[in-house]
Design a protein around this ligand. Structure first.
Ligand SMILES: Nc1ncnc2c1ncn2[C@@H]1O[C@H](COP(=O)(O)OP(=O)(O)O)[C@@H](O)[C@H]1O
Ligand SMILES: CC(C)(COP(=O)(O)O)[C@@H](O)C(=O)NCCC(=O)O
Length: 307
C-alpha cells in the first residue's frame, strides 16, 4: 500500500538524524528503569527512534502550553495548566503498553519539570460479569465492550483540571477489572493514554477520545508478526499470570500445553485479529504519527502527519 499523501515517511536512518546532537545521555537510573519493565527493549531503538520522538513531543508540548496561556488571556480567563494528552493506539500485542511506558520514562528524564502520568483504556472495559450479562465475553476489546462515555467523562475531567480523578484498573493477571482499585490522576502536565480504541470513532457518543488527544501515535506491524508476539506473550502468561486459579485462562495453564496454545491461536484469530481488521486498522490514518515495527520489534519506518 502506498503512503497516504498527508504524511512524510522516514526510514530509520533518516529519522535518527533528527536527534539533537546536544542530547543528554540517559542516566544509569533511567536505563535501569527501562530494563526493569522490559529487558528486551533495544537501547539502539531508544537512541535512534525514541529520543528524536521525545524532542518532537517536547516542541509539541511547549507550543501547546503557550497556546493555552494565550487563549486564556484572550478569553480574560485565569491561565491554568491544561494537560497535554498523548494517545497510543494499535493492535492487541503490538507493543503499545511497552512503548507507552518507555515514553513515560524518557519524558520524565528529558522533561524533568513536567509531571507525567500514564493510563490505559483497558480500565474502561466492562467487567467480565457485565460482559457476560451483555453476551460480550467473546467481544472483549471491540468497541461495544468499553464504557466509552465513562472514558470520555474521564478525559474531560483531566482536561478540565479536576484536582483528583479516579480511573478504574484492568488486570491482565486476572483478566478482569479489579474491583475497588483505581489509578489516581493528579494534575499531570502530560498524560499518556494507551489503548486499542484511542483513535476509534464512538458508536453512541458525540465526542471521540481523539477530541482530547493532542498527539496520537499508532504502533503498526504486519499482523503475522503481531500474532507471533501475541502467542509469545500468551505462552509466557501460561507459565505466570494464568497460573492464578482466578484467571480466565487457568484451566489452560494447568492443562495440556498444545491445547493451550491452540486456544491462544483461536483467540488471536477469532477475537484480536478480527478486531484489528475491523476496528483498529481503519483508524491508523487518523494518527499524527505511525511507528512501523518489523522482526524483533525493530522500528524500520516512521510516518509523520504533514499538517
Ligand atoms: N520494543 C519491544 N522490544 C521487545 N519486546 C517488546 C517490545 N514491545 C513489546 N514487546 C513484547 O511484545 C509483547 C506485546 O507487548 P505489549 O506492550 O504487552 O503489547 P500491547 O500493550 O500492545 O498489548 C510483550 O510480550 C512485550 O514484552
Ligand atoms: C484487554 C485487551 C482487549 C486489551 O489488550 P492490550 O492491548 O492491553 O493487550 C486484550 O488483551 C484482550 O483481552 N482481548 C480479548 C481476547 C484475548 O486476547 O484474550
Amino acid at each position: 500500500m502506498s503512503d497516504p499523501i498527508n504524511y512524510n515517511a522516514f526510514t530509520r536512518d533518516q529519522w535518527k538524524a533528527f536527534a539533537n546532537a546536544a542530547t543528554l545521555p540517559l542516566t544509569q537510573e533511567s536505563l535501569r528503569q527501562i530494563k526493569a519493565f522490559n529487558d528486551r527493549i533495544s537501547l539502539q531503538d531508544v537512541q535512534d527512534i525514541y529520543i528524536p520522538l521525545i524532542h518532537l513531543l517536547r516542541l509539541q508540548v511547549k507550543h501547546y502550553q503557550l497556546l493555552q496561556r494565550d487563549k486564556a488571556s484572550f478569553l480574560h480567563q485565569k491561565p491554568r495548566r491544561v494537560p497535554f494528552i498523548i494517545g497510543i493506539a494499535g493492535s492487541v500485542a503490538v507493543g503499545k503498553s511497552t512503548a507507552a511506558r518507555l515514553l513515560e520514562v524518557l519524558l520524565n528524564h528529558y522533561l524533568p519539570n513536567q509531571r507525567i502520568q500514564l493510563i490505559t483504556t483497558d480500565g474502561f472495559l466492562y467487567s467480565n460479569q457485565e460482559l457476560k450479562q451483555r453476551n460480550l465475553m467473546a467481544r472483549k476489546g471491540f468497541p461495544e465492550s468499553y464504557d466509552m462515555s465513562a472514558l470520555i467523562r474521564f478525559l474531560n475531567a483531566v482536561k478540565g483540571g479536576e484536582p483528583l480523578i479516579k480511573a478504574p484498573v484492568y488486570s491482565h493477571k486476572v483478566y478482569d477489572i479489579v474491583p475497588d482499585q483505581f489509578d489516581y490522576i493528579v494534575h499531570p502536565d502530560i498524560l499518556i493514554v494507551e489503548g486499542i480504541n484511542t483513535l476509534q470513532l464512538p458508536t453512541n457518543e458525540q465526542i471521540y477520545v481523539s477530541d482530547f488527544t493532542d498527539f496520537s501515535i499508532y504502533v503498526d506491524a504486519d499482523p503475522t508478526l503481531i500474532e507471533s508476539w501475541f502467542l509469545e506473550r500468551f505462552e509466557l502468561l501460561l507459565e505466570t499470570a494464568f497460573q492464578d486459579p482466578v484467571n480466565y485462562y487457568y484451566p489452560y495453564a494447568i492443562g495440556d500445553h498444545d491445547r493451550a496454545m491452540a486456544k491462544g491461536r483461536q483467540v488471536w484469530h477469532d477475537i484480536d485479529l478480527k478486531n484489528l481488521e475491523e476496528y483498529i486498522l481503519p483508524t491508523r490514518n487518523r494518527a499524527d504519527m505511525i511507528i512501523h515495527k518489523t522482526f524483533h520489534h525493530r522500528v524500520d519506518r516512521l510516518l509523520l502527519r504533514k499538517y
